[in-house]
Design a protein around this ligand. Structure first.
Ligand SMILES: NC(=O)c1ccc[n+]([C@@H]2O[C@H](COP(=O)([O-])OP(=O)(O)OC[C@H]3O[C@@H](n4cnc5c(N)ncnc54)[C@H](OP(=O)(O)O)[C@@H]3O)[C@@H](O)[C@H]2O)c1
Length: 261
């Protein structure tokens, strides 16, 4: 058993990581700017919650004290991403190094390298900060979560539609499957200072997935193909968001839809 710090452990991915690490018997500390109440969806019984802010550094010493391994599953919104990821990672890793943390695992995104999309550039810079740190680092790049692709389709709601980015394929992955790989990495799986990519079990067109979401959710709105502008659209249309050789044997989109009930 190790003491594992999950930074951003109240978020979508972070909660699953926290639950997985608690389940495996680790002593788990979660750091975020807000600690959840015990009736909150973000609360995982057995974890300890510490209020800390990556950007200001407040609370980080308390969070990292006694930690063997940290997993960073935090996030930042698009406009602030570059600042939050850079400042936050430097603050986190310097503090962790001072307190003797051995290993750091970062959740990143497939396609982060070589994309002009500002959020992906910020993730790529964050990866470099982890790999250049004195800690033994492991990066796990995941494809889009099932929840995320569904949120893309639902961006059409104000227009009475479901949006399917045209000429785009997704390889959506279940967050608990990502969490398992992150905790494996925290336990030492894989090479130090390496990048592992993982994708969901199937690659499908955005339209096919959107049609299945439409059916499962009972939405009456039509699925409308939209050409996504900017560097994110071109990254996706170039297929740089899928990793056919790194598909994991996990929950596919249909199983995820069924599990939602
Ligand atoms: N969405 C996808 O499809 C996808 C795919 C692959 C990889 N990823 C990566 O997965 C990571 C997690 O994404 P997510 O959607 O799970 O994130 P999320 O739900 O937005 O959760 C973000 C977490 O970070 C914490 N946080 C934000 N700013 C913080 C700060 N300054 N200091 C401390 N904690 C802070 C939040 O808590 P507070 O707000 O309370 O601080 C929350 O716990 C991201 O780095 C993303 O690039 C996402």
């Amino acid at each position: 058993m190790s003491r594992v710090l999950v930074v951003g452990g109240t978020g979508l991915a972070g909660r699953a990581v926290t639950a997985e690490a608690v389940e495996r018997g680790h002593e788990v500390v979660v750091a975020a700017r807000r600690a959840p109440d015990d009736d909150d969806d973000a609360y995982v019984a057995g974890a300890v919650y510490v209020v800390a802010d990556l950007v200001t550094g407040n609370g980080l010493e308390e969070a990292v004290e006694g930690t063997d391994v940290l997993i960073d599953a935090s996030n930042a919104d698009g406009r602030r991403a570059s600042h939050v990821f850079a400042t936050g990672s430097l603050n986190l890793l310097h503090t962790a190094a001072r307190f003797g943390v051995r290993r750091a695992v970062l959740l990143s995104v497939v396609g982060a390298d070589g994309s002009g999309y500002s959020y992906y550039r910020a993730k790529a810079a964050q990866e470099r900060i982890f790999l250049d740190s004195p800690l033994e680092a492991r990066i796990v790049r995941a494809t889009q979560f099932h929840d995320f692709v569904t949120a893309v389709f639902e961006r059409g709601r104000p227009f009475g539609a479901l949006i399917a980015p045209s000429r785009t394929r997704f390889q959506p992955i279940a967050v608990p499957d990502v969490a398992r790989v992150l905790v494996d990495a925290a336990e030492g799986d894989g090479q130090p200072d390496s990048i592992r990519t993982i994708g969901g079990p199937r690659i499908e067109s955005a339209r096919a997935l959107a049609e299945r979401w439409k059916e499962a959710s009972g939405a009456r709105r039509p699925v409308v193909g939209v050409r996504l502008g900017g560097p994110l659209g071109s990254t996706w249309r170039a297929g740089r968001n899928v990793v056919p050789d790194a598909a994991i044997d996990g929950m596919d989109y249909d199983a995820w839809l069924s599990a939602r009930g």
